[in-house]
Design a protein around this ligand. Sequence first.
Ligand SMILES: O=C(O)CCC(=O)C(=O)O
Length: 191
Amino acid sequence: MNLLFEIEEETTPDIPGLTYIPDFITRDEESTLIAEIDEQPWLNDLKRRVQHYGYKYDYKARTVTDDAYLGPLPDWITPVAQKLPFKPDQAIVNEYLPGQGISAHVDCVPCFDDMIASLSLGSGAVMQFTKDNEKQELYLKPRSLIVLSGEARYKWTHAIPARKSDVVDGFKIKRNRRISLTFRNVIVNTP
Ligand SMILES: O=C(O)CCC(=O)C(=O)O
């Protein structure tokens, strides 16, 4: 039984504006990014640990104001940011230990432009997409990238269920520590 082959064959949900790119980065690039991330300070404002670059996002107020500017994206982010289909000015790192997730949401519409990308590092996890009564799932493999735009970004919520394992194509896959590196372009709001 070839688990990786089975998962490789998983089809991307048919959601307009959703792009899934497995193996977006190499294992070496992944290790370098994780090492860099682990050298930076973490914020503990949420249940999961996060790091913000470019602009600080205010989760409570759901805004990004011009005084939230932190500076250009750090050099260690540049190589991966340059491979994206847009030029981000903001990046958020999320850390998910097994059992942690993120609840269903649409990324703040007045805060961020159309295209949003998320790179998975370390471990995979299922992402759930929901629109009205429709639910679709996609297993985000480590080193994969998803890009959300249009309908996928504005009409569907996305979530990572808080659990310790996922079932993908009938196979149970344990989660390890997952880090996502998410990229956006900020629409600056005046306070
Ligand atoms: O972890 C991810 O891939 C998604 C993160 C996310 O949805 C968010 O930061 O709003």
